[in-house]
Structure formats: structure tokens, C-alpha cells
Design a protein around this ligand. Structure first.
Ligand code: ADP
Ligand code: MG
Length: 457
């Protein structure tokens, strides 16, 4: 890890001097003041941006901790220093939401923003690609379409990746390659809401420095979580009705064990139909992955505006979606989901100042593991604690998923079992470097040969 980082420090970057000054006017106009954790993280990022070597920073902050404003500030400083910025999100829905949020914040400052997703009509896409490559587009927000073959930037200064756990390590590095120009490498800010235990972060994100937002904005109340069998559906629907009559908004999430998107969408359609009948006088909306982008946008728009009371959704809303007035979440088949996913889904509520609740519905008899997961959800809303339990229940490989196993694969150590030993490793590494420098290349070749060339990308 030390060796990989040393190499990373050779990447020259475009300077962003005086980032604090470049953003002071914007910060003073915000409708809220930054939390202490947000300020600390901003200081860390701004000091990186002011260096000649490319920032490679992982920003961990639990769901709802306010990462978007951090992204906006890093972007604004870079833009005002005269460089381009790319923001990549894992879903169209989230890219679209970021476009809205960032346009609201940055368009009044005459920042030119474009959206690039895979589904754009060809002519429109050509225009945006043109504007990116000639520098007219300053900030581009998009999905993985951002690192496809035909994208070019003029002088990309900063890459921001939101919900990094949804992308693979390769995709992140591919986007960085896109942005290289001459001897310059763009700064990288990698954001994730899925907290991972420190020992795991050490290996999965070996090449990154870490910042943590460990504080939620003021006024948030913990989401009260209940676990209920499907047999209580009728009562749950009554609770939904009552919540809506009180002016609250509700997500009803349909999940299925099969990864088949078609089946998931179908289930959501059926549920939307039955809820619509059961909830007389209330507006029930529907959103799923098979709808056209424009349809999805208008559904989200209605929900955001408060015109829709209940939004029936597939897991398309899992990451990033931010509608603070929504304060009740129902998740069907919760026993089949992993802890990280449940935590993300539940994170869609509890984003405003109203007390929020989440109902985890399950079918049939719970397995021991399923019961352990649902209990964990009921007992804690702390993302780090949930990640720790997830690591225990599933092991590191599954926790990160195959796309996310990271730069370093451990051959012998077990991250849960050996956590205390791993703590001692960094100082031992320093010792070996100092006392037996000749051993370093040999050890690396023996234990991490493939990784070292990979880290070079
Ligand atoms: P996440 O970290 O999950 O991406 P968001 O950036 O979407 O969180 O922020 C969640 C909500 O909290 C948004 O509505 C955002 O405007 C609001 N928010 C962010 N920072 C603060 C703050 N310091 N004070 C009050 N509200 C904030
Ligand atoms: Mg977010």
C-alpha cells in the first residue's frame, strides 16, 4: 500500500489555489450551515486540491450525511480555477437528481452544466460530447457513459464518483485515464455511503486517502424500524393511509430474489395497482427501471413536489434519492436483501426533520441468518455498525461484491479474525522499508506482483 501510494504521488495535477476563497460567496448563500464534519472534510479536500499531485480521496459518509454539497464545493473550486469537472453516478435517476441539485446551486454562478447518459438520442449526445471536448461544458454529470470510448475532455481537473460501491475499481480507473492530458492526471474524489470497516478499507481502497463525515445535519431523528410478516399487510396499508392523511409521503419498495428486472418491475406494477385501490383518495405513483428516462423524471418530479403520496418503486431508488418529506418506507421481502442494501434503502427516509419509520416485511419463516440481518437493522442505524455486522455475517468478499474486491486480495489474513494484527502492519511496513529496503521488491513480487502492475493503471 505504501508503495502504491508513493507511485500515486507522482501523478501531476492541475492546481486549484485558494479553494476556500473561490467558494466563500457560495457557502455564505447556502440555506444551511455546514456541519463541523463537513467543514473538516472540505478542509481536507481543499488542501489536496492545492497540491501539485493528484488527489485520490475516498469520502465516506453515511446515508443522508450531506455528501452532495461537498461534491458541489469541490466542483465549484475546480471550475473557478478554470478546469472541467466530471461527476459520475451509478443510475440515471441519481444523475438526473444531481443535475437538478447542482444546477440549482451552480447555474446562477454561470457554470455550464451538461448531463451525459447512455440513453440520450444520438444527435444530442454528439452535441454534448462536442461541448465536453472543446471545454464549453464545464461540469458534466453522467452515468458510466462518461468513460465510454467516445468521450473526451479538454482539461479535466476533477473527477467525482458518487456511490462508488456501485462501480468497479476498473471503472473508476478508466475514468481517470479519460481525464489524463499531457502530464496531468485529474484529482479524484470518490464518495460512498456504504461505510466499510477500516481494516477492509485499508485493502479495498489501498490507493486512496480517506475522509469521513461522522455527523448528520442537525435535527435528524433516528428512523424507527419494525419487522413484520407479510400476513400483516392489511395493517401496514392502514398505517400508510394514516401517514399520508397526516401529510407524509411514503416509499413502498418491491424487491424479488431473482435478479430479473422484468419480474421486479411487474411486481411493482401489481403492487401499485392494489395499493391504489386500497388507498382510496390518495395518489399512488410507480417507478421502475423499465420506464423511459423522461417518465422516470416526471414521476420523481411529482413525488418531490408532494403531488404523489405513495411511491411504489423497485430498487431503482436504492441509492442517492433525496426527498426529505418522505418519512415512511415499506420494504417487501426484506429478508432476502443484504444489510448494506437495506441500510441504503432505509436511508431514503429520515432525511428531514420529521420522525421517520421503516417497516421490513418478510414472507414465510425467517432463516437464522435472515433473522440476524433484520434484527441488526432494528437495533442500529449506524452505518459503520451495520457494516461491521455485515462483515461478520457475510465475509469481506461478499461484502464488497466481486466488482469491489479491490486492489489487494489477502492470501492469509482474515479481516474479521485478524483485525487486531492488521493494526500492527503499517508500522511494521515502515520498519521493513527502513531496515531492509532490499527486501521490499522481493516481498512485493512474491505477494503482490499482479497488484502492483494493476495499481499502475
Ligand atoms: P448523502 O450523503 O446521502 O448524499 P445528501 O447530500 O443527499 O446526503 O444530503 C441529504 C440532505 O441533507 C439534502 O437534502 C441536503 O440538502 C441536506 N443537507 C446537507 N448538508 C446539510 C447541513 N449541513 N444542514 C442541513 N441540511 C443539510
Ligand atoms: Mg448521495
Amino acid at each position: 500500500i505504501r508503495q502504491l501510494r508513493k507511485r500515486g504521488k507522482n501523478n501531476r495535477a492541475l492546481l486549484v489555489k485558494d479553494a476556500h476563497k473561490l467558494t466563500a460567496d457560495f457557502i455564505s448563500e447556502l440555506p444551511f450551515s455546514l456541519t463541523r464534519a463537513q467543514q473538516r472534510v472540505i478542509d481536507e479536500i481543499f488542501s489536496d486540491l492545492g497540491r501539485k499531485t493528484a488527489m485520490q480521496r475516498l469520502l465516506q459518509g453515511d446515508v443522508g450525511s450531506g455528501k452532495t454539497i461537498i461534491a458541489a464545493l469541490a466542483a465549484l473550486a475546480t471550475l473557478r480555477a478554470g478546469h472541467q469537472v466530471a461527476l459520475m453516478a451509478p443510475t440515471e435517476l441519481l444523475a438526473e437528481q444531481h443535475l437538478q441539485t447542482l444546477s440549482k446551486w451552480l447555474s446562477p454562478l454561470n457554470i455550464n452544466i451538461s448531463l451525459l447518459t447512455g440513453k440520450l438520442p444520438a444527435a444530442q449526445k454528439r452535441n454534448i460530447l462536442g461541448a465536453m471536448s472543446n471545454g464549453e461544458t464545464q461540469l458534466v454529470i453522467g452515468t458510466h457513459a462518461l468513460f465510454q470510448d467516445d468521450t473526451r475532455f479538454l482539461h479535466l481537473g476533477l473527477i467525482i464518483v458518487d456511490e462508488q460501491h456501485r462501480f468497479g475499481v476498473h471503472q473508476r480507473l478508466a475514468l481517470r485515464e479519460k481525464g489524463r492530458h499531457g502530464k496531468y492526471t485529474p484529482h479524484q474524489l470518490i464518495m460512498t455511503a456504504t461505510p466499510i470497516p477500516r481494516t477492509l478499507a485499508m485493502t479495498a481502497y489501498a490507493d486512496l486517502d480517506t475522509s469521513i463525515i461522522d455527523e448528520l445535519p442537525p435535527g435528524r431523528q433516528p428512523v424507527e424500524t419494525a419487522v413484520m410478516p407479510d400476513a400483516k399487510r392489511h395493517e401496514i396499508i392502514q398505517a400508510v393511509q394514516k401517514a399520508c392523511l397526516d401529510g407524509r409521503q411514503v416509499y413502498w419498495v418491491c424487491t424479488l430474489i431473482e435478479e430479473s428486472e422484468a419480474l421486479q418491475c411487474q411486481a411493482a406494477e401489481v403492487t401499485a395497482g392494489t395499493l391504489s385501490e386500497a388507498l382510496d383518495g390518495l395518489n399512488v405513483g410507480l417507478i421502475h427501471g423499465r420506464m423511459k428516462s423522461t417518465e422516470k423524471e416526471s414521476v420523481m418530479e411529482d413525488f418531490r413536489a408532494g403531488d404523489t403520496d405513495v411511491l411504489v418503486a423497485t430498487t431503482v431508488i436504492e441509492v442517492g434519492v433525496d426527498v426529505p418529506n418522505a418519512s415512511l418506507m415499506i420494504i417487501e421481502n426484506a429478508e432476502r436483501l443484504g444489510l448494506a442494501q437495506l441500510h441504503q434503502l432505509r436511508g431514503r427516509v429520515g432525511r428531514g426533520s420529521t420522525a421517520s419509520a421503516c417497516v421490513l416485511m418478510y414472507q414465510g419463516k425467517l432463516s437464522a441468518n435472515g433473522r440476524a440481518r433484520l434484527s441488526a437493522m432494528r437495533e442500529t442505524s449506524d452505518g459503520f455498525e451495520i457494516a461491521r455486522r455485515d462483515l461478520e455475517l457475510r465475509g469481506p468478499g461478499e461484502l464488497l461484491g466481486t466488482r469491489q474486491t479491490g486492489l489487494l486480495q489477502l492470501r492469509i489474513a482474515d479481516l474479521s479474525r485478524d483485525a487486531d494484527l492488521l493494526e500492527q502492519v503499517p508500522s511494521l511496513a515502515v520498519e521493513i522499508e527502513a531496515e531492509s529496503p532490499n527486501m521490499v521488491p522481493l516481498l512485493l513480487r512474491r505477494w503482490a506482483g499482479d497488484v502492483m502492475s494493476y495499481g499502475d493503471v
